[in-house]
Design a protein around this ligand. Structure first.
Ligand SMILES: Cc1cc2nc3c(=O)[nH]c(=O)nc-3n(C[C@H](O)[C@H](O)[C@H](O)COP(=O)(O)O)c2cc1C
Length: 178
């Protein structure tokens, strides 16, 4: 294996990919916006806390700070073109709120087609380097039962995987216990 010591930004940082992107949905007044975030993670099961790291450059960043309620949805690989589009244009220039969605119990917009989605209330924001970690408490969950297995997991082969730089994939339909 090759190795090198690092200083400053890495030429190839993304060794933790592929990841499952979450699409963050937010509404401020009549303005709706969607932003994919593959830098996402569960942080606590009880209470259920979910984190997304967003650059302050994202239009969504400011909207979340004001709205303090948002959604995070998980999508089948067939929605890769939509996710790529939402992650390639900014709500500052393009109105992404016309994308088919519905409003959750707390009024947050949730992108159509998800196999699962959270409604979140913003608990804390912490800055780490060039991204800020938005920590949300899950206050409602949506699940498309037909797309999940008996344990609530996405059916093997369904989820969207992101490899970085516009490259997507899907998991194999085979799942196994080692
Ligand atoms: C699949 C995918 C994953 C992304 N993940 C993140 C992420 O985790 N954090 C982030 O700040 N930007 C991420 N981006 C970039 C934003 O989604 C992109 O800059 C988007 O256009 C911002 O939209 P907005 O300005 O309307 O908020 C991702 C883009 C794509 C396509």
């Amino acid at each position: 294996m090759r190795s090198h010591r690092t200083q400053g930004p890495l030429p190839t940082f993304y060794h933790f990919y592929p990841g499952v992107p979450a699409v963050v949905g937010v509404r401020l007044g009549e303005r709706v916006n969607f932003c994919p975030a593959v830098w996402n993670t569960g942080l606590s099961a009880d209470p259920p806390l979910f984190g997304v790291a967003l650059s302050p450059k994202r239009f969504t960043h400011g909207l979340l700070l004001e709205a303090r309620r948002y959604s995070a949805s998980f999508h089948p690989h067939t929605q890769a073109p939509l996710v790529q589009h939402l992650g390639s244009v900014s709500g500052r220039e393009v109105y992404k709120g016309k994308t088919p969605h519905f409003l959750g119990h707390t009024g947050v917009p949730i992108l159509e087609g998800a196999y699962a989605a959270y409604e979140l209330e913003l608990l804390a924001v912490h800055s780490f380097g060039d991204h800020d970690l938005f920590v949300g408490r899950v206050v409602a969950v949506w699940e498309e039962e037909g797309l999940l297995d008996e344990a609530g997991r996405p059916r093997p082969g369904l989820a969207l995987l992101y490899y970085g730089r516009g490259l997507y994939g899907r998991p194999a339909e085979e799942a196994f216990r080692p």
